[in-house]
Design a protein around this ligand. Sequence first.
Ligand code: ZN
Ligand code: ZN
Length: 200
Amino acid sequence: MSKHVTAPALAVDVRELLHQPGAHKHVVLRAALPDLATPVASVPAGSPVTVDAELESVVEGLLVTAKVGATVALRCVRCLRDVEHELEVDVRELFGGSGHEEDEGYAVLPGDRLPLDTMTRDALVLAFPPFPLCRPDCAGLCPRCGADRNATDCGHGGPDATDPRWAALAGLRTELPEGFGEPQGGAPMNKEEDVARPEA
Ligand SMILES: [Zn+2]
Ligand SMILES: [Zn+2]
């Protein structure tokens, strides 16, 4: 029975390393990997990833220590602007060598070729930022009119601006007796739209 295995894009000939503890080899590979994407980050189709790897033959198999790099397209979660980011990740993986077929992505292929695709893919996707920002202080989009607050001042923004709807309520409150309508404990009313949220 022959299994269908997609040809690896990042494969290293490890013939001279197998069962030769102490032997090592340095390679630099560059190839495009398909489908590297999360909802807010991706390596654009056709854009190459670079793997700078030191392979070392050890008793347990092959130890790979690598730097994985790629240009990643990010979408700012506040203003939806697309930005490019150079990502570089350090990885170290032990590949089981022939005879350890549990995990196809981390096994030596027929012809003594070691595929680095799965390792590279896992390292990059894990390093994608879950909440990308175009810059740390991105002002985001105006929740009322949708304007990009980085580019324009639509007049609705600013942490000190008073929302006219709340201003009307504030006027009402001053006419009420002291303490009337205050929640237990006297917590101030929340103006959700204007509260600056610190980054988690
Ligand atoms: Zn932004
Ligand atoms: Zn606005």
